[in-house]
Design a protein around this ligand. Structure first.
Ligand SMILES: C[S@@+](CC[C@H](N)C(=O)[O-])C[C@H]1O[C@@H](n2cnc3c(N)ncnc32)[C@H](O)[C@@H]1O
Length: 388
């Protein structure tokens, strides 16, 4: 018979995010009512409940994952690792027949053999569970529990991954376009810009549509994780009521009936078709005007809008000359717009030269581990509409 203890009420929650987007995640946390959340290396840490785990997973747009931190202890030997992991009350989290997957990393530490550490961590968990629940071995046929350890400067931290797949997996993008950007990064780009839902918005290199779709979902207050399930949803002792409540709360905040002036275009008809498919699956097809268009012909009479875009970098599908042509085309289009700001991410070193204009600001970001710059070009816009 499957056995598991009661899941603890008070949890040490860790939220991870990509380097460069901490500011965005911090603002999201504050907006969700989590004030005074200290930053830690690679994310944020807070004390919360099972409902907080559900709320954070459903609502955070820019974070990577939500973890429960189980223990932190010094490790100099494999025995230290085994004893430290075995001392965690796993029976409060993992079912007697749970499938346990262990991943981890070792950095600047005496023990550094990752696969040996993985085996030790797994062995310690299984021994603890078999010791508490009885039986001679663990038959792993139940829900999946992903355990992560990080050994940094001889201190081991052990986490349970409540998200499962990364939070960028919103669920609406089912087919892959050319060099798509992660949904979490797309949201971050929008939230770092001067975008506002009552003003026009455009992505003239929309590809599979991610940036425009994320922007529309932000404008309509559609929570990032509304269309998916999370690892904790399958855990027997993590009652459904927490997901259900967080889901209902998020649904109640949606404002789907507002009109948006959002444009998305791409030179490739196949990309535009894919973007439309994803927009439909994301529930925002009627909010974005999609067009097949070369960037140099992008134009609109709408004023005081925001461009957020991810043009070719000149590395894979397009060579650097073609990418430079795209930047020049973007400048041609940009100069004809009235009062628009532009926010452009690329790894191309000579972007500003090709675009022909120094950026007002830039920020270092990573797109799939590739170091990029996010260039900000502000415009004077009439007062009266503020970012809320
Ligand atoms: C890096 S991808 C954009 C990916 C997109 N952000 C996504 O998440 O799918 C760059 C896009 O620029 C488009 N493109 C290339 N040259 C273009 C041009 N001259 N005008 C408009 N789009 C162009 C490509 O078709 C490609 O979809």
């Amino acid at each position: 018979m499957r056995k598991v203890n009661e899941f603890p009420e008070k949890l040490d929650i860790t939220i991870t995010c990509a380097s460069g987007v901490e500011k965005v995640v911090k603002s999201e946390l504050v907006r969700l009512g989590y004030d005074n959340v200290p930053a830690i290396n690679g994310g944020f840490s807070l004390s919360g409940s099972k409902l907080d785990v559900a709320r954070l997973n459903i609502n955070l747009r820019a974070a990577d994952r939500v973890y429960i931190k189980l223990k932190e202890f010094p490790v100099l030997t494999f025995d230290d690792l085994f004893d430290g992991v075995k001392s965690i009350n796993w029976e409060n989290y993992i079912c007697s027949d749970g499938k346990v997957l262990v991943n981890g990393k070792c950095v600047k530490s005496k023990i550094f053999a990752i696969s040996a550490c993985q085996s030790i961590v797994k062995k310690a968990i299984v021994e603890r569970l078999v010791g508490r629940f009885g039986g001679s071995r663990m038959i792993e046929v139940g829900s999946l529990y992903e355990v992560e350890f990080s050994i940094f400067k001889d201190v081991c931290s052990v986490y349970l991954n409540t998200s499962g797949a990364g939070l960028h997996k919103r669920g609406y993008r089912d087919l892959v376009g050319i060099a798509p950007i992660k949904e979490t990064l797309a949201s971050s780009l929008v939230l770092l810009s001067d975008f506002y839902k009552d003003r026009p918005f455009a992505d003239p290199f929309c590809g599979s549509g991610t940036i425009a779709i994320e922007a529309a979902r932000i404008a309509l207050n559609i929570a990032g994780g509304i269309g998916r399930r999370f690892a904790f949803c399958d855990w027997e002792n993590f009652e459904d009521k927490y997901f259900d409540l967080a889901f209902t709360e998020a649904k109640d905040k949606e404002t789907r009936n507002i009109k948006l002036d959002f444009l998305a275009s791409d030179i490739d008809p196949k990309a535009v078709k894919l973007a439309k498919r994803h927009a439909e699956r994301a529930g925002v097809l009627d909010k974005i005007r999609f067009e097949v268009k070369d960037v140099k012909n992008f134009s609109t009479d709408l004023k005081y809008g925001t461009i957020v875009t991810n043009p070719p970098y000149g590395e894979r599908v397009y060579d650097i000359k073609e990418a430079e042509g795209c930047y020049k085309g973007l400048r041609t289009a940009y100069d004809k717009l009235c009062g628009w700001s532009a926010f452009i991410i690329t790894s191309a070193k000579n972007f500003e030269k090709s675009f022909g204009k120094r950026a007002d600001r830039e920020r270092k970001l990573y797109n799939s581990n590739k170091e990029c710059r996010y260039y900000y070009y502000y415009a004077n816009k009439p007062r009266g509409i503020k970012n809320d």
